[in-house]
Design a protein around this ligand. Structure first.
Ligand code: AMP
Ligand code: GLY
Length: 422
């Protein structure tokens, strides 16, 4: 089978490595992939948002199955365009990807169907938003409506910060049209859990839970990033909470999307906060998380392609999706300075003994050598029977990898360990 994976980060590398385990997979193309992915797939210089070119490539190369991994092409309708040409895809259609593409949509969906989330107000007019902020409880959370490269959420600790956030989104348009509408919502507290799930629009199969580490610095200090590391499972996510989430959040969300005529098929990601008043949805993503995928898929014992095809075909109810009862830890190695300014072009040395555990996020090939090419450069995953061993093993591998200006957090998994992981 010829497979095409749209995207070019660590998540896509993890998906590709897992898909390769299926013996019927003969070729994998990554669009655009990256210098590291090139060791596992044929990289094609087509950007993830170039829908017309993606479709033309798939048709020309008789692709049997496509996986659209990033949010942008999903929200732009890549799956619809590929399906029109008869190419089966993993991922939601445009009408369902809106669950991530518009925060106004997702908040209104949750309100309409009684799915627990933070209280909120939507504003289209800046002055109305500013006057609401005069009396809103502080801290408060300001969210741009549309995709904003993961930066469209501002936690305002003071009224002044809240006003600045609204002005920057609605007046200065720092996120472009994404700031035409803003959501102002209640600040919630509690441990965060990521739950990725497979759904074919009828059945929901949650994957093993995970914990992201979003801040750049140790002890959750510094700027928000795309994610500096993950562990799975998340020790806060007990069976009792999982049962409650299934009943109060997962099944109601899938049913709500059906009721709206927006059946969701693919990976539905629930970003949850476990508050004193129960689990609440912080965000939905219409795709696999990054770097959650780099700990979740290594624990998947079932064949990924089979599960993805069952999701596409609507047969997930009869498909086995089994996860190992083990622990995984992924440490992201980044370029020093990320998420703001950083240098790139440094040679990366990965010993062959750890190459299987490395998911490359940002790298290029220059003069035949792998060089750094992004803020997040690569993720290093280890799996073990216990969390402490998984953490130690992934840091042991990190120490064997070298590149100029390498930076990583030293405490990935520390909070999970304290919370009772072992
Ligand atoms: P997002 O870009 O939607 O993933 O949000 C980024 C981060 O902001 C989340 O992972 C949370 O840590 C935080 N966040 C978002 N919404 C809220 C909220 N209502 N209360 C507290 N923290 C929030
Ligand atoms: N790790 C968070 C995300 O993928 O959005």
């Amino acid at each position: 089978m010829k497979i095409m994976v749209v995207g070019g980060g660590g998540r896509e590398h993890a998906i590709i490595k897992k898909l390769k385990e299926n013996p019927s997979v003969t070729e994998i193309y990554a669009l655009p992939g990256n210098g590291g992915i090139a060791a596992d797939a044929v990289c094609v210089e087509i950007g993830a948002k170039e829908i017309d070119k993606i479709v033309a490539f798939a048709v020309e190369n008789k692709i049997d199955y496509a996986v659209v991994a990033p949010d942008d092409p999903l929200v732009l309708g890549a799956v619809d365009a590929l399906e029109e040409k008869g190419i089966p895809c993993f991922g939601p259609r445009k009408c369902a990807a809106i669950i991530e593409g518009s925060k106004v949509f997702s908040k209104n969906l949750m309100k309409k169907y009684g799915i627990p989330t933070a209280q909120y107000e939507v504003f289209d007019d800046m002055n109305a938003a500013l006057s609401y902020l005069e009396t809103a409880p502080i801290p408060t959370v300001i969210k741009a409506d549309g995709l904003a490269l993961g930066k469209g959420v501002i936690i305002a600790m003071t009224r002044e910060e809240a006003r600045d956030a609204v002005r920057s989104m609605m007046e200065d348009k720092v996120f472009g049209a994404s700031g035409d509408h803003v959501v102002i919502e209640e600040f919630l507290t509690g441990p965060e859990v990521s739950v990725l799930s497979f759904t074919d629009g009828k059945t929901v199969v949650p994957m093993v839970s995970s914990m992201d580490h979003k801040r750049a610095g140790d002890n959750d200090t510094g700027l928000n990033t795309g994610g500096m590391g993950t562990v799975a499972p998340n020790p806060y996510y007990t069976q009792q909470i999982a049962d409650r989430c299934m009943k109060e959040i997962f099944l109601p969300t899938v049913a709500a999307m059906n009721a709206e005529g927006r059946t969701f098929k693919g990976c539905l990601y629930f970003g949850l906060m476990l508050t004193e008043n129960g689990p609440k949805v912080i965000e939905y993503n219409c795709r696999f998380g990054d770097p959650e995928t780099q700990v979740v898929l290594p624990l998947l014992e079932s064949d990924l392609l089979t599960v993805m095809q069952a999701t596409t075909n609507g047969t997930l109810d009869s498909c086995e999706v089994r996860f190992a009862n083990r622990h995984a830890c992924c440490v992201i190695m980044a370029s020093k300075g990320y998420p703001t300014a950083y240098e790139k072009g440094y040679e990366i040395t990965v010993p062959a003994s750890v190459a299987d555990s490395v998911y490359v996020a940002g790298a290029a090939i220059k003069d035949g050598k792998l060089v750094t090419g992004g803020g997040r450069v690569l993720g290093v995953t280890a799996v073990a029977d216990g969390l402490a061993d998984a953490i130690d093993a992934s840091y042991a591998k990190v120490k064997q990898i070298e590149f100029g200006n390498a930076y990583y957090r030293h405490d990935i998994g520390a909070r999970a360990l304290k919370a009772g992981g072992n």
